[in-house]
Design a protein. Structure first.
Length: 421
């Protein structure tokens, strides 16, 4: 019987495991380290976040990105984007140095057990633990516009489903979306000789500004401080005070989580997109169907004017939506017992514990509780120590063997008992 099972070995899972190991917990970490960073991002992509805001979290702060880069003869400087392969390699280095050995098997099912939880691995082994931390990343929450769902993967794919865009060389591709994933994907496609266009609902593309120098006059820093989510006091609040963010009214949290830091391209992508990529703005896909040679998109403009478009392949760079129903890893009984937030995500309390005692969540599903930082690596620095503190509290209060914790009924409510302690 483990104290803690950590499911997922990306930035959040590895950070949680590092803090849990330092706390002396008997834990097991399952999942392929940095899998989505290694398998689901094309070569040539860069981190949008600053290097100093892309650290995984260990208790002593020893295993930072800049420390890894130093071992490789690389630099991690402000305003110089880090290649995704470098960040993935950093995560593997962190796993080797700051985390107990990772079991690279995937988990197929998690269910409640009389004294905690039972997790079944892909090869059928049952593991039991008193607590579980789900740090499953973003891949379970892929969002594709409804008109495109049901079309064959040869015709429609999500931007996160590509480690190599080479198969689109010389073809005609339409990328849907106006954020970083859409714009960087389009730039990479154009640079390899793909005929590519971007189709977005917005009337204009948004571009992030070149970040100001790290060292600035004090009055500039006071007016618009640096933060891991960009300059400005609002971004600083989201990045540095997730615990205070959770004290906002639920309606405010849901609105901010859905709208803050909206679709925008990095400053270093703009110069690659504007000269080379056709951009169709103010248009939305109303219907889609397969036709000989590809897909016919029925798009409509803001004023309702229909504008059909044919293309060989559609890449939906339309983000992720972390609703409870997409956590298929959880048994139906366990999933059905969980309370939800206003946006359909699992409700969590102040230590990231769900409404089922002992089940903790991290990353994207917690953005409506702790704010936009949970959508980025930046959020791991707050999540890991806070969540492990909650695990230790739960271990001290776990009911004796033979009793079953009574889960809170499903519905929109604050989650665990920690909320009111």
């Amino acid at each position: 019987m483990y104290d803690l099972l950590v499911m997922g070995a990306g930035p959040y899972g590895l950070s949680i495991a590092s803090h849990a190991a330092a706390a002396g917990l008997n834990l097991r970490v399952l999942g392929r380290p940095m899998a989505s960073w290694r398998d689901n991002m094309p070569s040539g992509m860069f981190l949008k976040s600053e290097p100093w805001a892309s650290n995984l979290s260990d208790p002593d702060g020893r295993w930072r990105l800049d420390a890894y880069c130093a071992t490789q003869g690389l630099t991690a400087r402000h305003a110089e984007p880090i290649p995704v392969p470098t960040f993935a390699a950093y995560g593997l280095w962190f796993a080797r140095n700051a985390v107990p050995q990772v079991d690279e098997r995937m988990v197929s099912r998690v269910a409640a057990h009389p004294v905690g939880f039972e997790a079944v691995t892909e090869d059928g082994e049952a593991l039991r633990a008193r607590t579980v931390a789900l740090a499953v990343g973003v891949m379970p929450f892929v969002e594709v516009p409804s008109p495109l769902r049901g079309l064959h993967p040869a015709l429609v794919s999500h931007s996160s489903h590509h480690s190599d865009l080479g198969r689109f060389r010389g073809r005609d591709v339409t990328v849907i979306g106006g954020g970083q994933a859409a714009l960087e994907t389009a730039a990479l496609l154009a640079e390899q000789g793909t005929r590519v266009r971007v189709l977005a609902r917005a009337d204009r593309l948004c571009w992030n500004d070149v970040p100001p120098p790290w060292q600035r006059p004090w009055w500039q820093s006071a007016r618009s401080p640096h933060s891991g989510l960009g300059c400005g006091w609002r971004n600083w609040f989201y990045a540095e005070r997730p615990g205070l963010f959770r004290r906002l009214p639920e309606s405010s949290r849901a609105r901010i989580a859905a709208t803050a830091l909206g679709p925008a391209g990095a400053w270093w992508v703009r110069q690659r997109v504007e000269p080379a990529v056709e951009v169709l703005l103010g248009r939305e896909v109303a219907a889609a169907r397969a036709v000989p040679g590809g897909v016919r998109l029925e798009t409509v403009s803001r004023n309702g004017e229909p504008r059909p478009l044919e293309t060989e392949h559609v890449i939906a760079a339309t983000g992720f939506r972390a609703t409870l129903d997409r956590l298929g890893l959880l048994s139906a009984e366990l999933r059905g017992s969980l309370a939800t937030a206003a946006d359909g995500s699992p409700a969590v309390g102040r230590n990231f514990e769900s409404s089922h005692p002992g089940l903790f969540l991290a990353g994207l599903p917690t953005a409506s509780a702790f704010g936009p930082a949970m959508r980025f690596v930046q959020g791991a620095t707050f999540t890991a120590p806070t969540l492990v503190q909650g695990v230790r509290h739960r271990l001290r209060t776990t009911p004796p063997a033979g009793t079953v914790p009574a889960p809170v009924g499903r519905g929109r409510t604050e989650a665990p008992s920690e909320v009111r302690r």
